[in-house]
Design a protein around this ligand. Structure first.
Ligand code: ZN
Ligand code: MN
Length: 473
């Protein structure tokens, strides 16, 4: 099936990724661990752009960039070169950004996402290295700010800018691409998405082959989807009224969910790119094979292995490889409990409860889930009680066994259940007669009475079987 895209929506993304797992910035020795620090405490003459200060390339940043390029199936350039991108902005103390221009470290590549109609290829145009500018903190909103503060702690952080072709056909596909990219970067262990400003998205969007508008600096994946949905409506309304979409840069106001025009878009020549004279061209081709050898198993490969090795369905494999931490968590559990048993507990139950609470797998321990599953397997608690234990741990903490004892969840013995069944059958002649007369629903009522008598500690499925058995005697 071909996804029908009636409005001809085309979305391309430019994503700035901070290599925030490096210890130092891209061209100086300043620490990258500034997130808890006061403003302008992680700075030096290089990242403040003081006259005469000279950059030295961070080798680890180069290797991380190559890893990312290879993981996105990009061509790695033979020799890369930094350029100066000249523009004036208060967060850029040198008056130019050191970036890559016609020799980006990584060229054309491709990423497969789950599209609107099955697998969909998003072409990567390039991925290049550059330095992060400082951070402007507006007092109030960007439109009516009384003043702006500058924090240079971020200045000189290593960035990778990933640029895609306009291959996404809906805001949902754009969000899926971003999720996939984040997942790959976390598998590579080059980036921590939980830190402020770790990934910033610029999205360009056009409808029906018209001009594109670019929405700048969206800070979350959900925000990107919302900004794009808003843009589609705005552009459609504009066209309907006989207007035309102009090439411009817009800002997404996350709080109000709208985009606002900031300025007409700069042309490339406005930046007067020229080669950075303080950094020599850098030959990287001879490292490619070695770095390729250090790449970890990536999400797609892991998903296929999970299906083959643990015999799980694709839906479970997708859920369990959607992040490196849940994948590792699952494999820990699967090393202690057979895969067939533990897969639905982790992929469906636990993940579902985590998603519902907007929590990540860090909120649970392998020991706890193993303990809970073992109690189900050894028939100590019912599946329903196990879910209750999981919920209790997530909502108020505690250990599985304590919770089971406190809440009296230990399964009642079979003879207790059979006594309850007998009692229920004797006490409910009408329902029994109804059932025997062909009224199927009466069975549910009788099972419900058994559950009530055992205060929900009987296994519902077993209780049902026992009721049926007595009725059919
Ligand atoms: Zn510095
Ligand atoms: Mn950039």
């Amino acid at each position: 099936m071909v996804y029908d895209n009636p409005d001809g929506v085309m979305i391309g993304l430019e994503i700035h990724v901070q290599l925030n797992k490096l210890n130092t910035k891209i061209f100086c020795g300043c620490s990258t661990k500034y997130h808890e620090a006061g403003p302008n405490t992680h700075v030096c003459p290089v990242c403040l752009g003081l006259p005469g200060a000279l950059p030295v390339i961070n080798e680890k940043a180069v290797e991380s960039a190559m890893k990312i390029g290879l993981a996105l199936n990009c061509e790695i350039v033979h020799q890369t070169q930094f350029h100066r991108k000249n523009y004036y902005y208060p967060d850029l103390p040198k008056g130019f950004q050191t970036t890559q221009y016609d020799y980006p470290i990584a060229g054309e590549g491709r990423v497969v996402i789950e599209g609107e109609d099955g697998e969909h290829v998003v072409r990567i145009t390039r991925a290049h290295m550059e330095e992060d500018p400082g951070r402007l903190v507006h007092i109030g909103t960007i439109e009516k700010s009384r003043g702006t503060l500058i924090d240079y702690n971020r200045s000189g952080m290593a960035l990778i800018e990933v640029v895609t072709e306009p291959d996404m056909r809906s805001p949902k596909e754009a969000r899926r691409f971003l999720d996939k990219l984040r997942n790959i970067l976390e598998y590579l262990d080059v980036f921590d998405s939980s830190l402020e400003g770790a990934m910033r998205v610029d999205a360009n969007i056009s409808i029906g082959g018209g001009s594109r508008a670019e929405v700048k600096n969206i800070s979350s994946h959900k925000g990107a989807e919302r900004a794009l949905l808003f843009e589609i409506i705005r552009q459609k309304n504009l066209l309907r009224r006989g207007g035309t979409v102009v090439l411009e840069t817009r800002h997404f106001d996350e709080a109000r969910g709208v985009t606002i025009s900031l300025r007409t878009k700069e042309e490339e020549h406005d930046y007067r790119y020229f080669p950075e004279p303080d950094l020599v061209p850098m030959r990287v081709a001879d490292r490619t094979a070695r770095i390729l050898g250090t790449l970890p198993e990536l999400p797609d490969a892991k998903r296929e292995r999970f299906i083959a090795e643990y015999g799980m369905i694709d839906m479970h494999a997708k859920a369990l490889t959607s992040g490196i931490r849940i994948a590792d968590f699952y494999e820990d559990v699967a090393s202690r409990i057979d895969a067939k048993t533990c897969t639905p507990w982790v992929a469906d139950v636990l993940k579902g409860e985590l998603n519902y609470r907007d929590l990540t797998i860090e909120s649970f321990t392998v020991d706890d889930i193993v303990g809970i599953i073992e109690m189900v397997v050894s028939d100590k608690i019912t599946e329903k009680s196990a879910v209750e234990v999981i919920r209790t741990i997530l909502d108020s903490g505690g250990h599985p066994l304590d919770i089971v004892k406190e809440k009296g969840l230990l399964k009642v013995e079979d003879d207790v259940v059979s006594r309850a069944v007998l009692k229920v059958i004797n006490e409910n002649e009408v329902a029994v007669a109804d059932y025997l007369g062909g009224k199927e629903q009466s069975l549910n009522f009788l099972v419900g009475q058994v559950m009530k008598k055992t205060r929900g500690r009987a296994d519902a499925r077993e209780a049902r079987e026992m009721v049926l058995e007595s009725l059919n005697q």
